[in-house]
Design a protein around this ligand. Sequence first.
Ligand code: HXC
Ligand code: NAP
Length: 270
Amino acid sequence: MNNSRDFAGTVVVVAGGSSGINLGIADAFAAQGARVAVVSRSQQKIDAAVGKLAAHGGEAIGFSADVRDAETVEAALSGIHQAFGDIDVLVSGAAGNFPAPALGMSSNGFATVVDIDLCGTFHVLRSAYPYLARPGASIINISAPQAYVPMAYQVHVCAAKAGVDMVTRVLAMEWGYAGVRVNSVVPGPIEGTEGMKRLSPTPELQQAVADSVPLGRLGTPMDIANTVMFLASPLAGYVTGAIIPVDGGWSLGGASVVGAGMVKAAGKQE
Ligand code: HXC
Ligand code: NAP
């Protein structure tokens, strides 16, 4: 691997890689010749993703696992290691989200998102470590602006993603001595994704979000993949423990528009 675009033969694992932004990341690596493995729950989504990735001519595989279940995650990572050998790049981006006010959210609703986003990230990184613990390996967690921008109707996601960024920082400290870099990429509002559909379900709301982005547009999965590939490359060889927004400047001020609109529409809560 000589530059930010030469990933021929590189082994890349993307947890939550069967759709949306994460599939876009997996696809960008596959297009550059990487051998890509995706992990998610739905075998149907995995099969479709693997078909898309393999269309670039390289090797692609998929394993079904729920990131909340440490044992199935361990089995998936072990299976990937048996098929592809040591891992060079790990992208961890499995996540769940629904908009709900805290007063309309059960303990299980809160815990479900924390379990997927935060505990899932821990399970994925811990299970992958034995297969990537060597200089040059790179881990990228996919965070969200909710990690540092408080958003109404997102108390579960805000708590979970803030935790994800702390996992990034702590493991950058613990694993830096092995030469493993750990960073977070924080996507802004990305067009055509499940996350955007859930938080801004109408064209009007999506336009309001786009208008609140200093660069004046929604992002694309490729915007995110470009930064992930930079972080995975030797060009970022001295970057670790970084939390990098790729959001057109959205988190500088506009991001709280998502929840604020919902609070206004709902009125006073009892
Ligand atoms: C209130 C809700 C709810 C809602 C679910 N729950 N949806 N509560 N309002 N709209 C509650 C349920 O009632 C239940 O609590 C608990 O959450 C668990 O729900 P399940 O359906 O049993 O969970 P599960 O089948 O495990 O599914 C998890 C999920 C689901 C998160 C609820 O939506 C999912 O699998 N999502 C994955 C895809 C996704 O969300 N992609 C978007 C990621 S975007 P009770 O008490 O009833 O048992 C993102 C950031 C976007 O992360 C940022 C954009 C700027
Ligand atoms: P998405 O398409 O729903 O992607 C989520 C992925 O995670 C899917 O592949 C899903 O596949 C998998 N997944 C969900 N729960 C899982 C579980 N319990 N175990 C294993 N895999 C699981 O959503 P997206 O909008 O593209 O979001 C992708 C990432 O970007 C997330 O980390 C999200 O927080 C972040 N993000 C998104 C936006 C945005 O604008 N969309 C903004 C900021 C951050 P299965 O259903 O098969 O499990």
